[in-house]
Every structure is written in structure tokens, then in C-alpha cells.
Design a binder for this molecule. Structure first.
Ligand SMILES: Cc1cc2nc3c(=O)[nH]c(=O)nc-3n(C[C@H](O)[C@H](O)[C@H](O)COP(=O)(O)O)c2cc1C
Length: 466
């Protein structure tokens, strides 16, 4: 029988790759098929334990969606030959590991060498000493594909820690963890080759083609404005980009822009949270100019805010980011962010307005009230229309008692508890340095480690931080 079980945070198991006709066919041929499979797998078992019978577990740890997408691609290919269980790492139970003969872990790294949110629980249970008493994984053959970015000190830190933790518990690596720098296609092909060598894949099967390179769309600059002239901070530019008709995305999705460079190396990619919805008629971004000590500008922000002319063209890709997609309309939503993080939060607010959801609370931090009231008119209009029930803005350079969003949140703990008790989700978008860890610490203080983990597992604590 060919199926893939898919479980994600807060969702029920969802069968995929099955049609009614396939079920009927499968029923008719089940006995013969199983007999044949059993025979084949016993033969292959004896030769190569990596391709053993039983479900193949594919587990992913992903914040931005790349590892998840790759994991889905693996599941699609492998489900053609046998049962596959596709899970976010937090959803993996002891039994999943003990029953699977073969597991593929596809894990990205966040923070400074830390797990993505959808792997925090797994890391606590399986990788931080103790936990999962006596769980013996000696039957488990596995491989780790570790996604990362070599500009970070802890390159692929979480994927490598995952590999160490599994080995310490007796699991058997089929080969050393494959690290991948910025979705480099060569490293992905190496991984695919390892899977072929270990008979996880059969000749002709692919799991990574095009993984690093999605379809590019032509975009045109329709408008570009500086939103914070006079600010002590660097310029924040609001770009409106025209796309071909029919391009779709959701609040929380990410635009990956190709930034042209001189020389043979070709363009570099820069990612931005999308600040608009398709119904706005343009894909909107906020770009903060990066000004270096020598007076030069960052490669991406310099090109986008200074060189690219009005009407100019660029190539971009819209990346699905389900970890930051909107919660159901009936769920109250607390949006927390700073700086250009308002981009992702604004897309959420627009989506909430579209579905008529009013229980929205925005806490937003910038530098000065005089110059950094990003999207002030819109926020005022939503306050007026009741689409924004609470708006707390704090300015770090104005010598006011509350400087940062975490201070504003801490000052309103009772209100926060009341919203959480009503089932609110907390969505955080903005700086990884300072804001996001401080908000995280505050939530840990209020809810405790388990409480925050549960919130995350229920899809009620989501972060898009950079
Ligand atoms: C805020 C942030 C922190 C990151 N920290 C690390 C890190 O410490 N080490 C690393 O190798 N890569 C790091 N990365 C890179 C990601 O692991 C890499 O982009 C990966 O492909 C993302 O996969 P995903 O989309 O599945 O989450 C970081 C990326 C972001 C945005």
C-alpha cells in the first residue's frame, strides 16, 4: 500500500498521495503486493539493512520552510515504494523512532546553532541529556541532512547536534551528516548520491532536483518610498513590485530576490517578509538600508534602494512559509515586532481585516515617535474601524519608561494572560538580536518551558525572525 502519513503542529494526521481509486486498487492487489514486497525486502534486508522493511520516517526541523519542502519531496519519492511517515520533529514520538528501521532527518539551524521552533520539544526530550528513559534506538538506521549558512558560527549546529544525540542513543548512521550551505545544490546532490549508494533511493529516483532554485518571477518596481526620513536609524524603504497576473501567496510568506552582482558568480539571494496580500495588487516589501562603516551600502539593500530604478526589473521567487501562515480567524492574535518586522505583521493584519477578524493586538517597537511611525495612517484606520483592538508602540530613543516591545509586553502581563486564556496566538516578526530572544524569555517566565512548548505545538507561538 502506498501512503504517506503527515502530521504537523496542531493538525491531525492527513493522508496524502492517495486517491479513492488507488485505495480500491490497493485493496484488490494488497495481498499479492505485500507478499511480493515482503519477499523483495527480505532479500534486500539481508544485503543492505538501510533499506529495511517498515515505515520510513522522514522528520524535519524547519523554520522558514526549506527543510520542510525538502522533506516533502523525499516523502513523495519514497512513498512510491512503501509506507512513509512525514513528521515535524516535535511530533516524533519514541515509538516512531523505535519502529522505523530507517529515518531521514532534514534539519535547519536557527538562532546561534539552535533548533527551529518545531524541533524545540524534540531537542529537550532527546538531545539534552536524560529524557526519554531507556529508549534504545539500536534498530534505527538514519541519516541527517543539515541545512545551514556558513556565515553563522555554529554552521549547521542543530543538525550536527541531532546526529550526535541519535548516535549516543545507539542509532546507526548510514553515513556522516551531510551539511548544506545556503541550499547549495552540489551538497544536495551529494546527499542524494549517498542515499542512492545506501539503497534508500533507487536508480533514477530524485529527491533534491531544483531544491535550491525555485521558479523565478519577473517583477517591476512600481513605487519606492522612504518611510522614516530623519530617523536616527538607517532608511526603511517601502517597495511596491508588480508581478505577472495570478501569482499567489499568503500572509507570512517570503520573497527571495535575486540581487545582481558583477563578476562570474552570478546573483546573490536576499529574503524579505512580504508586507502585502495578492489582493493589494502588488508585492510589497520593507527594505532597511545597510550602511557599512566605510560608507558603502549592503549588497542587497544598496541595490534595491539606490541602484534599481523605478520601472526597473528584477527576478524573485515567492517562498511558501507555512510556519508563519495566519491562524484561524476566530483565534485572537497578538502581533509582536520591531523595525522592518512590521512588514510580516502588516500582511497578517491585512489578512485579518480581509476575513473580518477583530481580535488583534499589535505591539511594535522602533526608534523615535517623530520619524519611525511606520504605516501610521493604516494602523490608525484599523484602530478606528476596530480591526485593531490594541496598539502599543514603544520608541527606544525617546527616553520613555518603556523602551522595547518586551517591556511593553511585560508591563501588560495580565492583559497578555487574558488574551492567552482566550486562545490567542503570538506571532513575532523582526530582530533576532535583542527583540525576539527577549520576548521569548518573557514568555518562558510567564508560561514556563512546557507551557511555551505547548503554545508552539498548538501553532500559537510562531516566529519569523532574522
Ligand atoms: C535568524 C536565523 C538564524 C540562523 N542561524 C543559523 C546558525 O546558527 N547556523 C547555521 O548554520 N545556519 C543558520 N541559519 C540559516 C538557516 O539554517 C538556513 O537558512 C536554512 O536553510 C533554513 O532552513 P528552513 O527554511 O527550513 O528553516 C539561520 C537563519 C536565520 C534566518
Amino acid at each position: 500500500m502506498r501512503y504517506c502519513r503527515c502530521r504537523q503542529a496542531g493538525k491531525q494526521a492527513v493522508p496524502v498521495f492517495i486517491s479513492a481509486a488507488q485505495w480500491l486498487q490497493a485493496g484488490a492487489f494488497a495481498l499479492a503486493y505485500l507478499l511480493l514486497c515482503g519477499l523483495c525486502l527480505r532479500v534486500r534486508d539481508a544485503q543492505r539493512p538501510a533499506a529495511a522493511a517498515g515505515a520510513t520516517l522522514i522528520a524535519y526541523a524547519s523554520q522558514g520552510g526549506s527543510a520542510r519542502k525538502l522533506a516533502q519531496r523525499h516523502a513523495e519519492t519514497l512513498a512510491r515504494r512503501g509506507p512513509v511517515t512525514l513528521l515535524a520533529l516535535n511530533q516524533v514520538q519514541a515509538a516512531d523512532l523505535e519502529n522505523a528501521h530507517l529515518a531521514l532527518f532534514i534539519a535547519s539551524t536557527y538562532g546561534e546553532g539552535e533548533p527551529p521552533d518545531n524541533a524545540l520539544r524534540f531537542a529537550r526530550l532527546w538531545l539534552r541529556g536524560g529524557g526519554q528513559d531507556g529508549a534504545a534506538l539500536s534498530r534505527l538506521h538514519y541519516a541527517v541532512l543539515a541545512l545551514g549558512d556558513s556565515e553563522y558560527r555554529q554552521f549547521c549546529g542543530f543538525g550536527l547536534a541531532l546526529d550526535r544525540g541519535l548516535r549516543e542513543r545507539g542509532a546507526r548512521p548510514m553515513f556522516a551528516p551531510q551539511t548544506v550551505d545556503r541550499l547549495d545544490d552540489r551538497a544536495l546532490v551529494e546527499w542524494q548520491n549517498r542515499l542512492l549508494e545506501n539503497a534508500v533511493l533507487e536508480s533514477g529516483e530524485t529527491v533534491v532536483d531544483g531544491a535550491g532554485q525555485g521558479a523565478r518571477l519577473p517583477a517591476t518596481v512600481l513605487d519606492r518610498r522612504c518611510l522614516n526620513a530623519g530617523s536616527p536609524g538607517a532608511g526603511v524603504y517601502h517597495l511596491r513590485l508588480g508581478l505577472p497576473p495570478g501569482v499567489d501567496w499568503r500572509a507570512g510568506d517570503i520573497a527571495v530576490l535575486d540581487i545582481p552582482r558583477e563578476g562570474p558568480e552570478g546573483p546573490v539571494q536576499r529574503e524579505y517578509s512580504i508586507a502585502s496580500l495578492p489582493s493589494d495588487g502588488a508585492l510589497e516589501l520593507l527594505v532597511r538600508q545597510v550602511c557599512k562603516d566605510d560608507g558603502s551600502f549592503g549588497v542587497g539593500s544598496g541595490w534595491l534602494t539606490r541602484q534599481l530604478p523605478m520601472g526597473g526589473e528584477l527576478a524573485l521567487q515567492v517562498r511558501d512559509n507555512p510556519a508563519f501562515h495566519p491562524p484561524p480567524p476566530e483565534r485572537p492574535l497578538i502581533l509582536v515586532g520591531n523595525g522592518t518586522g512590521i512588514a510580516g505583521l502588516r500582511a497578517h493584519l491585512r489578512a485579518r481585516v480581509q476575513v473580518g477578524a477583530h481580535a488583534n493586538w499589535l505591539l511594535f517597537g522602533e526608534r523615535t515617535r517623530a520619524h519611525d511611525r511606520l504605516f501610521d495612517d493604516e494602523l490608525a484606520a484599523w484602530l478606528g474601524s476596530g480591526h485593531l483592538q490594541r496598539l502599543d508602540r514603544v520608541y527606544s530613543r525617546d527616553n520613555e519608561p518603556l523602551r522595547y516591545v518586551q517591556d511593553a509586553l511585560a508591563a501588560q502581563q495580565q492583559e497578555l494572560q487574558a488574551w492567552l486564556a482566550r486562545g490567542a496566538a503570538v506571532f513575532v516578526c523582526g530582530s533576532l538580536e535583542g527583540m525576539a530572544p527577549a520576548v521569548h524569555r518573557l514568555l518562558l517566565e510567564i508560561l514556563g518551558e512546557r507551557g511555551l512548548e505547548d503554545l508552539s505545538l498548538e501553532g500559537r507561538y510562531r516566529r519569523d525572525v532574522y
